[in-house]
Write a protein of this length. Structure first.
Length: 313
């Protein structure tokens, strides 16, 4: 039963009467999906990833206890809150349910206000947890992913590159002499430069798969999946030249001119490759760009000294 509303519920219950009653109570606020037994419920939970699962305890073939145990052992469904639907004596089964990861109980006979309240409470908790998770992965100043957010995405793309035998590129971007910006204009103005820098980098990365994050301080990092060395060189030079040509507006009618130094590295990873070495080599190339006078992009060459990216823009 599809509706445009605030959340989705998977109702796992073999009783047609229970399904009808709970659907009538909750369908005004939630999209309801139905599974008639535990096995079907597990399949649908993996496929649909509902916000909340309402799970009957007493069912044939696979009861609610076995079903929740299997759901909690599947990484994809482990975090979905499960509310048991119980006609049993709560004092006897509550301890077992809680030990298996049950979030709450709805007991029979159903009382509309209680059903709505218990489901709404779990949904509010879920929204709060999701907000915290988003905030933990986002840099609050620039509103792009932070280092932790980058590392989570990097693990996914690194694994995909290994499976597909495809190249992956990384760019570490450092604002040249950023301390002078803070000293000259003040930290609030420096924050504006950081925010504008993040926006500039994100706009340059055109593909949906490309990913930019604040690496820390005045450094940013860009991940370019399925990108060969020539492609990475081109993007790095576009970023460098854009900053070189750009004027960054500040408060009070002031403006700043800044440049960036960039370290670039590309490789086709294998299971034996080190993710840390991959980042370190890009960082070594960044260091070479700084030593060469800044406002330059340098690329890492495995086993050799970093070399400048040609001016190809």
């Amino acid at each position: 039963m599809e509706k445009n509303n605030s959340g989705t519920i998977l109702l796992v219950d073999d009783s047609e009467l229970d399904v009808v009653l709970l659907t009538e109570i909750l369908s005004g606020d939630y999209t309801i999906h139905v599974a008639k037994n535990g096995q079907e419920g597990i399949i649908k939970a993996v496929e649909l990833m509902p916000d909340i699962i309402l799970l009957d305890i007493v069912m044939p073939v696979m009861d609610g206890y076995e079903t929740i145990a299997k759901l909690k052992n599947i990484e994809r469904t482990r975090a979905i809150p499960v509310i048991f639907i119980s006609g049993l004596d709560k004092s006897k089964d509550e301890r077992k349910g809680l030990s298996l990861g049950c979030a709450d109980y709805i007991t029979k006979p159903f009382h509309e206000d209680i059903v709505k309240l218990r489901v709404d409470i779990q949904f509010r908790i879920l929204k709060y947890i999701r907000t915290i998770e988003v905030l933990s992965l986002e840099d609050q100043l620039t509103e792009i992913p932070n280092r932790r957010g980058f590392e989570e995405r990097f693990l996914l793309e690194w694994g995909r590159a290994i499976r597909d035998n495809s190249p992956i590129s990384v760019l570490i971007i450092d604002i040249d002499h950023f301390k002078k910006v803070n000293d000259l204009y003040g930290h609030l103005q420096g924050d504006l430069v950081l925010k504008s820098s993040a926006e500039t980098i994100v706009k340059i990365l055109k593909r949906v798969s490309d990913f930019a994050a604040r690496w820390g301080g005045d450094e940013f990092i860009a991940l370019l999946p399925n990108t060969n060395p020539d492609g990475a060189d081109l993007v790095s030079e576009i970023i460098r030249k854009t900053f070189e040509d750009k004027t960054f507006p500040l408060h009070y009618g002031l403006f700043a001119k800044i440049t960036v130094s960039i370290g670039v590295y590309t490789r086709i990873p294998s299971k034996d490759c080190s993710k840390d070495d991959f980042i370190h080599l890009a960082d070594d190339a960044l260091y070479a760009a700084k030593l060469a006078g800044r406002n330059k992009a340098y690329k890492a060459n495995e086993g050799a000294t970093p070399t400048p990216v040609m001016d190809i823009v």
